[in-house]
Design a protein around this ligand. Structure first.
Ligand SMILES: Cc1cc2nc3c(=O)[nH]c(=O)nc-3n(C[C@H](O)[C@H](O)[C@H](O)COP(=O)(O)OP(=O)(O)OC[C@H]3O[C@@H](n4cnc5c(N)ncnc54)[C@H](O)[C@@H]3O)c2cc1C
Ligand SMILES: *[C@@H]1O[C@H](CO)[C@@H](O)[C@H](O)[C@H]1NC(C)=O
Ligand SMILES: *[C@@H]1O[C@H](CO)[C@@H](O)[C@H](O)[C@H]1NC(C)=O
Ligand SMILES: *[C@@H]1O[C@H](CO)[C@@H](O)[C@H](O)[C@H]1NC(C)=O
Ligand SMILES: *[C@@H]1O[C@H](CO)[C@@H](O)[C@H](O)[C@H]1NC(C)=O
Ligand SMILES: *[C@@H]1O[C@H](CO)[C@@H](O)[C@H](O)[C@H]1NC(C)=O
Ligand SMILES: *[C@@H]1O[C@H](CO)[C@@H](O)[C@H](O)[C@H]1NC(C)=O
Length: 550
């Protein structure tokens, strides 16, 4: 009798752990309702995982999940749903003049040497990385809306030449580099045990002494470390603006440091998205492009996922429900349009402000106009212009941070061949907080541009021969904070985008994917252990309690 009660207590505790477990326990004993037609996947013996989003974080989740599950001997079936027609998310290319041989990055364009997930996997997939570095024709200048505050020859902003800066800024650049290195080495601990894997990024950030960096603005953090103007406002702020569209008085210290971590900057020839494509292929996941997840609800302790897709030929849209053990939401919830059944999540991620960034690509045979930038006729024409504020300029709030320059950056990427005229032209990229006007484009090129920008074509004989504008919700406003959304939102329900308000880069999102993959496998292992235990408990109950009760 005594032993019996103890066993019942054990069972009660085990069952009480969660409703999901209770369901599993029931289906285990055969108590399962089978009146309704079964949804796709509900009878699959493999663990079924749905990943929503085929960007850096979703692709990386699939890649590592396959590896970690195999290592643990867990049979798994991974399905990736992606609402757009391509893999890569915010890492994607478009074709200059519509020519597939002239791909150009529309979103994330560079990663760096310490980004080992991206580096290792690009090597593994045989992708060629172009190193950014010193090119003799490069002229980088920093513009404050009236004048250039700094000019560096023979390299672009991905390759700050600290030695050359000594003459203007003394030892401050070197001090900044040291601070950056010590911050990055703290961050690197997240890749390995005991910091890896992590359910709570807030806890880990605190453990690794990074909360003290994210809790301050870049300006405060730099000041505390004896780094100030003009180096901070000229160089560091120009970097936070070109990378994140934010000034030092709003972006947090950690993101400001990330902007200075540019050693060994590189990009994959033909597009960084190929890394994520390689990850998905290696994972053997079933990838459904053009499939929008519209809702997620409970299905007997598992999850039912509703997706909508349009038939590419007939245009007819169809809706489908399928059942999964685990969900990984690998996209910002606030832009996903997914309706999640009430009560399903322990906590719903907060909506946070994202930067609205206009990226404009265009081609022209013209170079930038010296006149517009107040340069004398014999001055070198900058190939990259990044911007900062004038010392006395204080934007009214963080969304108005661009200030007097009106743009964050203008880059001359490379020369390309106009398919109509077969002439060499320059390929430009501009980052700005608002759509560009033909007046502005005319001003920077020093020649009138047609008012109707959609009428531009390679054969039109205009000064702009190809024009491609795009608007992104590119990354969060990285305002100082000390807590971050958890990786786990409910039992068997994971989320990657909490990482974005800590650091938003392809690498950190891929790291979050690797982290979530480990958590998913750990949870499967725990559940299997519990089930094994419950089975034993039940056997003992049948053998021992029954005679006693009789
Ligand atoms: C202009 C720009 C420049 C940048 N520059 C750099 C850089 O140089 N270096 C760098 O490292 N990072 C850069 N970044 C940041 C980097 O792009 C992001 O941090 C990273 O790519 C985010 O990856 P993710 O997988 O988390 O999200 P995303 O790439 O946004 O992927 C999420 C995916 O989910 C899909 N999705 C959303 N909702 C649904 C739904 N309901 N159903 C199905 N699918 C859905 C979306 O279509 C998308 O493909 C830049 C970003 C931008 C926009
Ligand atoms: C994975 O699940 C799908 C159903 O969603 C099924 O068609 C497929 O055969 C499964 N794959 C494996 C390897 O079990
Ligand atoms: C996705 O949709 C686009 C546009 O409708 C279409 O061109 C493409 O072929 C579709 N891709 C897939 C895999 O269905
Ligand atoms: C990358 O490769 C190096 C060398 O093989 C290895 O030591 C490191 O653990 C790898 N890192 C990741 C994140 O895969
Ligand atoms: C992926 O699938 C292919 C073909 O079915 C198979 O040969 C390969 O071993 C699989 N890879 C992994 C990592 O499971
Ligand atoms: C910032 O200021 C602009 C114009 O002054 C206003 O439209 C916008 O709503 C403000 N944004 C925030 C976040 O306060
Ligand atoms: C701009 O040009 C496009 C393409 O030639 C045309 O379809 C559109 O009507 C024009 N818009 C205006 C306002 O003239």
């Amino acid at each position: 009798m005594y032993a019996g009660w103890n066993l019942l207590l054990v069972v009660a505790v085990l069952c009480g752990q969660s409703v999901a477990f209770f369901w599993r326990f029931n289906s285990f004993t055969g108590v399962v309702s089978t009146n309704t037609p079964e949804l796709e996947g509900s009878l699959d013996a493999n663990k079924r995982v749905a990943i929503i989003g085929a960007g850096a974080s979703g692709s990386s989740t699939a890649y590592y999940l396959q590896q970690f599950a195999e290592r643990s001997g867990i049979p798994i079936n991974i399905t990736v749903f992606e609402r757009s027609s391509y893999v890569g998310g915010r890492s994607t290319t478009v074709n200059a003049y519509g020519n597939p041989l002239e791909r150009v990055e529309l979103g994330a364009s560079i990663f760096v040497d310490v980004n080992t997930i991206l580096k290792n996997s690009s090597t593994k997939f045989g992708l060629r990385a172009k190193e950014s570095g010193t090119e003799s024709h490069e002229v980088l200048s920093i513009w404050d809306g009236e004048k250039f505050v700094f000019t560096q020859k023979d390299s672009d902003w991905k390759y700050w030449d600290i030695a050359k800066m000594f003459w203007k800024y003394g030892l401050v650049p070197l001090r900044t580099q040291r601070l950056m290195q010590s911050t990055v080495s703290k961050f690197r601990k997240l890749y390995e045990a005991p910091a890896f894997p992590f359910k709570s990024l807030s806890d880990r950030a605190l453990d690794l002494d990074l909360t003290s960096v994210t809790s301050l603005t870049g300006e405060q953090y730099l000041k505390n470390n004896n780094i100030g103007p003009p180096f901070s406002t000229d160089i560091i702020q120009a970097s936070t603006r070109v990378n994140y569209g934010q000034n030092l008085n709003t972006i947090h210290g950690l993101e400001a440091m990330v902007c200075m971590a540019i050693d060994g900057a590189m990009a994959i020839d033909g597009g960084n998205w190929q890394i994520f494509d390689g990850m998905l292929k290696a994972s053997n996941a079933t990838v459904h492009l053009n499939n929008t997840v519209s809702s997620i609800s409970d299905h007997k302790g598992r999850y039912s996922v509703r997706t909508t897709s349009n038939d590419a030929i007939t245009g007819v849209s169809s809706t489908k429900d399928s059942v999964f053990d685990t969900i990984v939401l690998a996209a910002p919830l606030q832009y996903s349009g997914i309706e999640i059944e009430e009560g399903l999540l322990k906590h719903t991620p907060d909506e946070i402000p994202y930067v609205t960034l206009h990226v404009t690509l265009f081609t022209s045979s013209r170079r930038l106009d010296r006149g517009f930038f107040n340069l004398p006729p014999d001055a070198d024409i900058p190939t990259s212009i990044i911007t900062t504020l004038q010392p006395d300029q204080v934007p009214s709030n963080y969304t108005e941070g661009c200030g007097k320059p009106g743009f964050f950056s203008i880059s001359t990427l490379r020369t390309v061949i106009n398919p109509e005229t077969l002439e060499k032209e320059n390929l430009y990229k501009i980052f700005s907080p608002h759509a560009l006007t033909s007046e502005f484009l005319g001003d920077i090129l020093g020649i009138p541009i047609p008012a109707n920008l959609s009428s531009i074509s390679p054969a039109s004989g205009d000064a702009i021969t190809w024009y491609y504008p795009h608007v992104w919700q590119s990354y969060p406003y990285e305002l100082p904070r000390v807590t971050f959304e958890d990786s786990a939102l409910a039992r068997n329900f994971y989320y990657t985008s909490g990482m974005e308000s800590f650091i938003s880069t392809m690498e950190t999102m891929a790291l979050m994917g690797m982290n979530v993959a480990q958590l998913v496998v750990d949870e499967f292992n725990e559940v299997m252990e519990e089930e094994g235990l419950a089975e034993e408990v039940q056997k003992i109950m049948v053998e021992e309690i029954t005679p006693d009760e009789l």
